[in-house]
Ligand binder design. Sequence first.
Ligand code: GLA
Length: 381
Amino acid sequence: MKPSDAREFFRKTFGADPDAIGSAPGRVNLIGEHTDYNGGQVLPIAIDRRTYVAIRARPEASASKIVSSLESTVAEFDVENIAASGNWWDYITGVCSALTAEGVRLPQFEAVVQSDVPTGSGLSSSAALELSAAITLAQIADEPIDLKKMALLAWRVETQFVGVACGVMDQFASALCRDGHALHLWCDTLETEHVAMSEAVLIFDTASPRSLRASEFNKRRAECEEALLLLRASNPALANLAEADPEMIRRAHLPATLEKRALHVAQENRRVEAVVQQLKRSHTLRGELLYESHESLRDKYECSTPELDWFVEQARKKRGITGARLTGAGWGGCAIAVGAREALDALAHEITPAYEQQFHHKPRSWLTSASRGASIEATTK
Ligand code: GLA
């Protein structure tokens, strides 16, 4: 998909040219799972699939309108009077409301949305929609675009307006990633660095139900908060759970479940650092750490599924694959494998029929590499 496709779609829908076109990508996380809301580090890349938003200001109109190529319902609302509706356009109206709260004066507008970011797979299609809308709306309102601010604004939309309790990783990845680089993000200070990463990544969507995801995710967050409170009883200076030393956790004799959760978070945080060091040295990922991460998510964080475990086992057996793990929240969704491009391609082809036979879901897979974050693609100003 290209900016010209969004322009064409806009012309067909509204019979005119847009004032601005912006886009933002989905993401996969290479390592650092369930660390973001624990003040830890993450290492996502943007994928080569993007959401495009094309917008024309209509200051004289009394309402705004958004048409999406993915949805049959058209959004119509007054930009000066926004309320959450439970519909797909809340991601965009939420952005309007957050921009207005920051003092940005938004005109009524017409917009189209076009995307090839897979939805419902855990690849952050919602962050891609929020970010592409945020930068394009800022552009038509003549506001300077600070991508870090935009990432935080989009995160507030997701957590407060739409009401999904996620950490900051997805919006930061969609906003700030760079071509050929992974984004090393410290979620406590929001500092970032771009680490060169040239390897291809296979994304395997298990297409299995993610129904447990929201309730289990919230449960894990609560468990982590409880573990932190208990650890602070003997370590008052502990800033967050990711910073805890694994030895400190073992000495604290936490209830067994909380000890497992805390150990995963603390050790996963250290794995991010080790992978970053390795990437800096060789521009390749250390696969063993990816497998360790998967095992920890399976056994300590208990967010894997038989489908995700199966994929990782298959990947481990193939020559040319250097590492694999579940990615994103877990409880269904996607796994990744890294290694030689041909080996990744062959893996996807070889395992798809066997997967279908065993699990009775049709998986999807994409070969990607580290891509660029949100950007304005075209503007008349
Ligand atoms: C989901 C959330 C992220 C992060 C991951 C787990 O994808 O949206 O913020 O917490 O789960 O690492």
